[in-house]
Design a protein around this ligand. Structure first.
Ligand SMILES: Nc1nc2c(ncn2[C@@H]2O[C@H](COP(=O)(O)OP(=O)(O)O)[C@@H](O)[C@H]2O)c(=O)[nH]1
Ligand SMILES: [Mg+2]
Length: 387
């Protein structure tokens, strides 16, 4: 299973209680106040690591809570500060709060962000002595830790993406260009998750390539500089559909399985056969040149269109509910649509979109005040609203 979106509740630690203690020594039964401060509660910290491929480790853990600080004690003893709860997330994880605001973008290995601050410890009575009150009997209870709901979205940290119809030869290309060994098969839907591989230039410079197996994973185009449109040599429809999915990113069209069309006239572009190895080296050079010439994408920008929902007719048995993370479309007719269309193919995806429009889903979303880039959930699938 590949998980690239999770919602978690984080709670930082409560501050430790301050102590309300009085010095009690032989011959001095009523000594002055000597209660120490409580220790601060632990922070909740997210740390990016290359050791994780996705967010599966957080999928079942809805609550992440740091420990409370230690209480203060007599003899002016300060309570210990609680250890932070450090939660490891894969490199490329973006963190959003309830309002959709970007809290952190953990793009580099080892990068950390405090996502919930621990509460301050309560004051011990020794610190409350004033000119008015020489013997304070009360101590501070400590502050509660910050608590909030966060949405984590992974955008794989790749520079180049391979985009194409199922069976176009993306996995084969990835294994020809990099040391990655994704599954390759003669039937569609082999790759159920985006696969990563690292390609090296002649000078030894690395660039990470991601294979996007279906339109469900378009969110992983976000950090990418160059999109390779992978088209089978025998495919007459070309790269138009793929181009639309690449959005405004620079693209390069590559025709695969050139060995299947020996000697016939060819469209313009790069032709390769991973089977015979012809053209692979040239492709590697071309990819590097195009990659280096492409601008780096702006950080934190919204992902490409997942589904375009134009306003249309109303009046079907569907409803839209606003949730913390976006909008949810509910209703049996919509659920059936998900089963009817194959969202893993661009054509199926298009037909699904048309059907949604006809059903009035777009109109319902507009009515609910949907904003561009907002998450729209239909059944178990998530989309991004693009007007
Ligand atoms: N003849 C030929 N077949 C290829 C070539 N590249 C891939 N294939 C075959 O096409 C099928 C699909 O390849 P795959 O890489 O899994 O496609 P993906 O779904 O786009 O990842 C497999 O049976 C491959 O062996 C090629 O250059 N020539
Ligand atoms: Mg594949």
């Amino acid at each position: 299973m590949f998980t690239d979106v999770v919602t978690v509740q984080v709670r930082a630690g409560h501050g430790g209680r301050g102590s309300a203690s009085f010095r009690a020594q032989p011959f001095e039964p009523l000594g002055g106040p000597d209660g120490g401060n409580g220790g601060a509660g632990g922070d909740v910290v997210f740390e990016a690591t290359r050791d994780l491929d996705d967010l599966t480790s957080l999928a079942g853990r809805h609550r992440l809570a740091a420990n409370p600080g230690q209480a203060g004690a007599g003899g002016r003893k300060e309570g210990r500060r609680a250890a932070d709860l450090v939660v490891r997330v894969p490199v490329g994880t973006a963190v959003y709060d309830e309002s959709g605001e970007l809290v952190a973008d953990l793009a580099r290995d080892g990068e950390r962000a405090i996502v919930a601050h621990g509460g301050a410890g309560g004051g011990g009575n020794v610190h409350r002595v004033s000119s008015i009150n020489r013997t304070p009997t009360a101590a501070g209870p400590g502050e509660p830790g910050e608590e909030r709901e966060l949405r984590l979205e992974l955008r794989l940290p790749a520079g180049i993406a391979l985009l194409g119809q199922p069976n176009a030869g993306k996995s084969t290309l990835l294994s020809a260009l990099t040391a990655a060994r994704p599954k390759i098969a003669a039937y569609p839907h082999t790759t159920l998750r985006p696969e990563l591989g690292v390609m090296f230039s002649d000078g030894g410079e690395p660039v990470t390539i991601v294979e996007i197996p279906s339109p469900r994973f378009l969110r992983h185009l976000e950090r990418v500089r160059l999109v390779v449109l992978v088209v089978e040599a025998t495919d007459r429809s070309g790269a138009k559909e793929l181009e639309a999915m690449a959005g405004d990113r620079p693209t390069l069209t590559v025709h695969t399985k050139a060995d299947l069309l020996p000697g016939s006239p060819r469209r313009k572009g790069i032709w390769v056969s991973a089977e015979t190895g012809v053209g692979v080296e040239k492709l590697r050079q071309a990819l590097f040149a195009a990659y280096q010439g492409a601008p780096a994408p702006a950080a934190g920008r919204p992902g490409p269109a997942r589904v375009r929902l134009a306003p249309s007719v109303r009046g079907s048995a569907i409803s839209v509910a606003r949730r913390q993370w976006g909008l949810e479309v509910v209703g049996a007719p919509v659920a059936r649509l998900l089963e009817r269309y194959d969202l893993d193919t661009p054509a199926g995806f298009d037909r699904f979109q048309v059907a949604l429009d006809r059903m009035g889903v777009s109109a319902a979303l507009e009515e609910a005040g949907v904003r561009p880039g907002e998450t729209v959930r239909i059944g178990d699938d998530e989309f991004e609203y693009q007007p």
